[in-house]
Ligand binder design. Structure first.
Ligand SMILES: Nc1nc2c(ncn2[C@@H]2O[C@H](COP(=O)(O)OP(=O)(O)OP(=O)(O)O)[C@@H](O)[C@H]2O)c(=O)[nH]1
Ligand SMILES: [Mg+2]
Length: 295
């Protein structure tokens, strides 16, 4: 009989390289939101892949940046925590990328005592020559890593990485019940679905000034009734988010509702409103309430 294996497999890398796309590809569910904008992911999100004799605890993390305000500091704390408890590190880079902007993090990866799988993502965008250049570059830069070339978007090379993860996983009983998919509550996925539409439809600083707070989540037999607040930092941003006669807000609501109906497999009634919450991004107390600053 084979022994049961389980462990933490944490995905880290620069913003926008495809960390969330990869996590969703492994899990087979849309747990993490994905957009073409950097800093889409703000939390550490657990995605669990269960088998008869294994449990892989994947963590999607925010892209590594130099923090400029308190929210970003908290985002980087999630990345730090992912370094601390990893059994295996997945360092994701994209084709054409040269290195991590943050040297301290990069050194941690290079000197890591645990297995590092360096995944060169988005190879669907390049050619063989570019890939060979990237392979050479990363072999030199991170000699302790095993390198894989993948396309998270097209699921190319992802099963091979998964097989290697299973090989490297330590022997351990499962950490979570075998039918559990994530550590986050339902309201978290509501907030994220709404925030994804904000990232997609608004420009400049708006997506980075917004936080969602789901005040009500009530599940009935046939329908889930949800009420969420979209918080912005300034009065002018409120007007932009609502749009002419409420049209912009309506679009966010309709699109988020459709995604949530797929996610929960149930009809959804979603009520949205917008509130000004000055400087929430720099307010420790509020950040803690929104699930940041968990130190
Ligand atoms: N062509 C191509 N695009 C990809 C691939 N993987 C991800 N992308 C795209 O890259 C963009 C960023 O993807 P995300 O998964 O949100 O990236 P991330 O690293 O989680 O980004 P942050 O959370 O902002 O740090 C999206 O537009 C994805 O569709 C890939 O393998 N090929
Ligand atoms: Mg992400």
């Amino acid at each position: 009989m084979t022994k049961h294996k389980a462990g933490f497999v944490n995905i880290i890398g620069n913003p926008n390289v495809g960390k969330s796309t990869l996590m969703n590809a492994f899990v087979g569910e849309r747990l993490s939101i994905i957009t073409s904008k950097a800093q889409t992911t703000r939390h550490r999100i657990l995605g669990i892949v269960n088998g008869d004799d294994f449990q892989v605890l994947l963590s999607d993390t925010p892209g590594i940046i130099k923090p400029a305000y308190q929210l970003q500091e908290s985002m980087m704390d999630f990345v730090k925590s992912a370094f601390e408890d990893a059994d295996i590190l997945l360092y994701l880079v994209e084709l054409g990328e040269k290195d991590l902007k943050d040297e301290a993090f990069f050194n941690k990866i290079k000197n890591s005592k645990i297995p590092v799988l360096l995944l060169i993502n988005k190879i669907d965008k390049g050619n063989e020559e570019l890939l060979n250049e990237a392979l050479k570059l990363w072999q030199e830069k991170v000699p302790n890593a095993e390198i894989f070339a993948i396309s998270a978007l097209q699921n190319f090379g992802v099963p091979q990485v998964f097989n290697r993860i299973i090989e490297l996983l330590p022997e351990s009983p499962p950490f979570y019940p075998k039918d559990q998919l994530t550590d986050k509550p339902e309201r978290f996925f509501v907030n994220e679905a709404i925030r994804e539409k904000i990232l997609i439809h608004y420009k400049k600083e708006i997506p980075y000034s917004v936080e969602i707070d789901t005040e009500e989540f009530f599940e009935d037999e046939n329908i889930i009734r949800i009420r969420s607040v979209i918080m912005v930092e300034r009065e002018t941003q409120k007007g932009i988010v609502i749009g002419h006669k409420g049209s912009a807000l309506k679009r966010v609501g309709t699109e988020a509702r459709k995604d949530l109906e797929k996610f929960f497999g149930k009809q959804i009634h979603l009520e949205l409103y917008v509130k000004v919450n000055k400087n929430w991004r720099s307010d420790e107390r509020q950040l803690r309430r929104f699930g940041y600053n968990q130190k």
